[in-house]
Design a binder for this molecule. Structure first.
Ligand SMILES: Cc1cc2nc3c(=O)[nH]c(=O)nc-3n(C[C@H](O)[C@H](O)[C@H](O)COP(=O)(O)OP(=O)(O)OC[C@H]3O[C@@H](n4cnc5c(N)ncnc54)[C@H](O)[C@@H]3O)c2cc1C
Length: 627
């Protein structure tokens, strides 16, 4: 049943070479898992001598070389003594070049003057943090995809966020007009479910079915094709056919209490009458959307996730419409919120891409050699992991590791726009209560693997834009097409090279423990996975799902970019696992208090993963700084 690596084409077409960062880290005495880089497909514009990370393939996201110094500091207690003092003095040093850190630099210039000298230190080889651009080139065409953050969740924007996006020239209406991507239920192709042979005994693609939306009149015949037991199929058919109110006679408050006190899967079992086997099919529907399984979310939280529940609460609808992975029209750039990061960097350092603006930013080729020039008031330094931040002499001192060197700069202010969990190690002198509060934040691991296919013919023949895969590592697979914004065009009608995005998280070995414990276990599993593990996984899924439509797994895969995010979504508090804290006493509120000349930003400071929260927290952090 299981295909060999050779049959899957693991030895074909894509070549590998060792990742270049190994050498510099070895000299620091840091260990590095064997990283591999898949050479980009034809026409990769990162030619020797140029530095252009968006086209890098292989293991990206938290790539080898980006996290070892921080892990050595936090996990092994490694110290970085005797830093070399650089002859550089700043008004502000920002730790972290994600959207929050970039927004901090933008706001600081507004508050403290446009000529403020600012240094942004970022541990990855690219800026943007989760807002990561994946750029492929094939046959003279550029194909873009999201390496992380995708949507602008504009209905939730504060005035602060709207004002910033306005300054950057972002027009949400224009983005909406140009976006036809709808997470598997777009204009071309129906949502579908892929049952894989390794998990379910045979490969079965159920065209037109969505766990969220059901499938109208055909629900029974579709469920009849599910490769699960007869009992489970029957329980699903009954579930989708029901329209009743399981809480008839109870008050709204009573219903709300029940729904926020039971897991979604518990609800499906207890009130939906589903078998265990049927319930398990739903678990990964929330992996990408929430970074956690539907077994760890409350039923109330899964109403927000548009999972079927309403039809058992007295409504005729199952849920909001959509597919199994969020859904609905969205405001997007073709490289996701990497365009926001790029617009911010362009505003701070115009020389990186002269002439760029929000209407053409997706096509801009950034000149990375301009990021860190002494003549520019704002400098962005990549591959620089901060290991110490201290209040000193009315200002701050910041030490960081850049390749094999430990360096130190001085500044008037510092803003930590990095993960909260690293802050106690960067600032050991902070009050214990604050450090404990920072440690409460355990980001949710996520994976976003992009696979460039030679063409989309097999998807088109099957008339699917993607599929939900309940038995696989990545719960969702989609064609990335139809985001025609910011100067970029890739129409649904174009059957040429196409990025396929695999999205999901790593299921923890034990989902009965608190979510934060699950996330730590999933993170360890994610970091232990090699590039070959991901390659084998995506080849297996594409072969099983598409080979009946002419897809050749040995020839049709051109490039693979794994964006692994062991520290993904910021942890937001969950009904089932977190208490309610009094106003001002929630961990994130204690964690983000200013400390001398040091303030704290990042989405973690809002206990909420979204891009707009990262921006709101940047503004608050700048206001926290003393003049
Ligand atoms: C896969 C994925 C999909 C997402 N999709 C969406 C979406 O569709 N919509 C949405 O609104 N949000 C989404 N998010 C949430 C996303 O996290 C936020 O949108 C936002 O990008 C967070 O920005 P940030 O700057 O706070 O954090 P980050 O993006 O994490 O940036 C912080 C940066 O600081 C760096 N850093 C950490 N420690 C150090 C150190 N010691 N020295 C130097 N640098 C350091 C980090 O490596 C990182 O680059 C998604 C997140 C992920 C992972």
């Amino acid at each position: 049943m299981k295909k060999s690596d050779r049959q899957l084409g693991m030895d074909r077409d894509i070549t590998r070479r060792d990742f270049v960062h190994d050498l510099s880290l070895a000299s620091l005495g840091l260990t590095l898992s064997a990283g591999v880089l898949v050479e980009a497909c034809t026409g990769n514009p990162e030619s020797p001598g140029t530095y252009y990370p968006p086209t890098r393939t292989g293991m990206r996201g938290s790539h080898p070389g980006s996290f070892e110094a921080a892990h050595a500091l936090a996990r092994e207690g490694k110290r970085f003594p005797d830093p070399v003092d650089l002859d550089e003095q700043y008004d502000l040093v920002v730790v972290g070049g994600g959207i929050s850190g970039l927004a901090v630099a933008h706001y600081y210039r507004k508050q403290f003057g446009a000529d403020s000298r600012i240094l942004i230190l970022e541990n990855h080889d690219d800026f943007g943090g989760h807002a990561k651009r994946n750029e492929f080139h094939q046959g003279g065409q550029m194909r873009l995809s999201w390496g992380g953050t995708m949507n602008l969740e504009y209905p939730m924007f504060s005035d602060t966020v709207n004002a910033l996006l306005g300054e950057l020239g972002v027009d949400i209406d224009e983005l909406l007009k140009g976006s036809e991507f709808e997470y598997g239920s777009g204009p071309k192709g129906s949502p579908s479910i892929f049952f894989d042979a390794e998990t379910y005994g045979r490969n079965e693609l159920i065209h037109g079915f969505s766990f969220r939306a059901g499938c109208g009149d055909n629900v029974e015949s579709m469920i009849d094709r599910f490769p699960i037991s007869e009992e489970s199929r029957e329980s699903l058919k009954t579930f989708y056919a029901r329209r009743d109110n399981v809480f008839k006679g109870k008050s709204e408050a009573e219903v709300s209490k029940i729904l926020s006190g039971i897991s979604y899967t518990g609800f499906l079992k207890k009130y939906g009458g589903l078998s265990d086997e049927a319930v398990n099919l739903f678990i990964k529907t929330t992996h990408g959307y929430a970074g956690v399984g539907a077994d760890s979310l409350s039923a109330a939280e899964c109403i927000d996730a548009s999972l079927p529940i309403m039809h058992l609460l007295g409504y005729s609808e199952l849920s909001g419409s959509g597919d199994d992975n969020a859904g609905g029209s969205v405001a997007m750039f073709p490289d996701g919120n990497a365009s926001i990061a790029r617009l911010l960097v362009h505003a701070l350092i115009p020389a990186v891409a002269p002439g760029s603006n929000a209407t053409n930013i997706a096509m801009a080729r950034f000149d990375y050699s301009r990021l860190d020039e002494a003549t520019n008031p704002v400098r962005l330094r990549l591959e620089s992991t901060v290991v110490n931040v201290a209040n000193r002499d009315g200002g701050t001192s910041v030490s960081y590791v850049n390749h094999d060197r430990v360096l130190r700069v001085k500044s008037r202010h510092a803003v930590l726009a990095c993960y909260h969990t690293i802050i106690p190690h960067l600032c050991p002198d902070m009050p214990s209560e604050q450090k404990e509060a920072q440690a409460y934040q355990v980001k949710r691991p996520l994976i976003l693997t992009n696979v460039l296919l030679r063409d989309s013919k097999a998807f088109d023949k099957l008339d699917i834009s993607g599929a939900y895969c309940p038995g696989r590592l990545h719960g969702a697979v989609w064609q990335v097409k139809g985001v025609n914004t910011a100067g970029y065009h890739h129409d649904w009608e174009d059957a040429g090279p196409v990025p396929i995005m695999f999205w999901g998280s790593v299921a923890p070995p034990d989902a009965s423990v608190p979510a934060r414990v699950q996330h730590r276990a999933s993170r360890a599993m994610l970091l232990a996975m090699t590039f070959e593990d991901f390659e084998r996984e995506v080849r297996t899924v594409l072969d099983g799902m598409l080979s009946s439509a002419g897809f050749d797994v040995q020839k049709d895969i051109l490039a693979i970019t794994v964006n692994r995010w062991p520290h993904g979504y910021s942890y937001d508090y969950l009904d089932l696992w977190d208490p309610e804290w009094p106003e001002g006493q929630a961990p994130h509120e204690i964690a983000r208090r200013p400390f001398g000349n040091i303030a704290i930003a990042n989405a973690d400071a809002g206990a909420n993963a979204y891009t707009h929260v990262a921006i709101d927290e940047a503004w608050r952090a700048v206001l926290d700084l003393n003049c």
